[in-house]
Design a protein around this ligand. Structure first.
Ligand code: SF4
Length: 355
């Protein structure tokens, strides 16, 4: 009986998981069996748009292809192992993939806009001291299928209008998988979400940012924390190798298509990065840049004595940036009571080594 179980597991391991593959890659798998690209499109539409978990539910393909897919592949869509709901309606999901990696996904409903925030790595190796995701270490890049499954595998999947890559991990540190995930999310044969509604966040890793801007039509957000180099190095260690001023000048010079949006996320910490000097430096950095500044409240970790800037101070910054000709807005905090807000995602990481 044990041998039977092991053989069953080995058979499952050999099967191609289709979630995370492009239509072209699905075609290459089924082509030797005599099936066409049109069949591959039917399969990818069924997985990415209809989220089918059973190949026999796919309309418009032959019984022969359904049976072949059943024997040789799996749709690759799986459910989270836990979830929590915030008092503001935000939901947080915990996933565990077949490799045992754990990672979190956040769903943020807001009027007609329903955003899913996906993780790109289990943990993070960037070591930003204020962030829970990096605190427990790095447990690996997430494969494309696990990134896409965070959109398909949650119960609220049909409602999603926007996708942001702002969960656990640094997306530019897993660039090839992130680029492919963006392709699948925006492709007609994929999830068909407009690139205008997909945003990837980074603390600033070059030359990955340039590659991302060249190869993807999605939006980019740069996490800033401080406009001063000596101060930013202490909060974002990547600053040492990739100074943010250089990154902003690259962004300024990058030929933007009309519909692509570049933003800077500025998390505001009381008496740390919300002084008048910080405001003046932000004005210098972003004047004539075409980059929008989003001001966000800070969420302290348990052992942190720092607190968020007040709403009044954040509005003061916004007002002064706007009258200086810089597009700016204050963003609300969501899901802080279930540790789903920016910088707080860490559930399951402490035990990741033991799974
Ligand atoms: S802020 Fe982003 S890059 Fe820094 S440790 Fe957290 S997840 Fe990683």
């Amino acid at each position: 009986m044990i041998i039977g179980l092991i053989l069953h597991q080995l058979t499952l391991l050999k099967k191609n998981s289709l979630c995370g593959l492009t239509a072209e890659e699905i075609f290459r798998i089924i082509e030797p069996e005599g099936f066409s690209y049109r069949h591959a499109i039917s399969v990818s539409n069924a997985i990415y748009k209809k989220k089918i978990k059973d190949f026999f539910q796919i309309a418009g393909i032959s019984k022969k292809l359904k049976a072949w897919l059943e024997d040789n592949s799996s749709p690759g869509i799986y459910e989270p192992i836990a979830s929590e709901t915030s008092s503001d309606g935000t939901k947080k999901y915990l996933f565990q993939n077949s490799e045992g990696q754990k990672f979190e996904t956040v769903y943020i409903p807001e009027g007609k806009r329903n955003t899913v925030c996906v993780s790109t790595q289990s943990g993070c190796r960037m070591g930003c001291p204020f962030c829970a995701s990096g605190k427990y270490g790095f447990f690996g890049d997430l494969p494309v299928g696990d990134i896409i499954n965070q959109v398909l595998g949650i119960p609220v999947s049909p409602k999603i209008t926007h996708v942001v890559f702002m969960g656990m991990g640094e997306p530019m540190d897993n660039l090839s998988n992130v680029l492919k995930a963006c392709e699948i999310i925006t492709a007609e044969w994929g999830l068909a979400v407009s690139p205008r509604n997909v945003t990837v966040s980074t603390v600033g890793i070059m030359p990955a940012i340039e590659t991302f801007l060249e190869q993807s039509g999605c939006n980019l957000t740069l996490s800033l924390f401080s406009p001063f180099e000596d101060e930013r190095i202490k909060i974002v260690p990547a600053e040492k190798k990739y100074p943010v001023k250089k990154i902003i000048s690259t962004l300024k010079n990058f030929q933007l298509t009309k519909k692509r949006r570049l933003t800077a996320a500025y998390v505001m910490i009381k008496n740390v990065n919300d002084t008048d000097d910080h405001l003046e430096e932000l004005k210098k950095l972003f004047t004539d840049s075409g980059i929008r500044v989003n001001l966000l409240p800070y969420h302290p970790l348990n052992d942190d004595l720092s607190i968020s800037s007040t709403v009044e101070r954040m509005q003061f910054f916004r007002h002064n940036l706007v009258i200086s000709g810089i597009s700016a807005s204050v963003r609300k905090s969501r899901g802080a009571d279930i540790s789903a807000a920016c910088g707080l995602l860490a559930s399951g990481l402490k035990t990741n080594k033991n799974v």
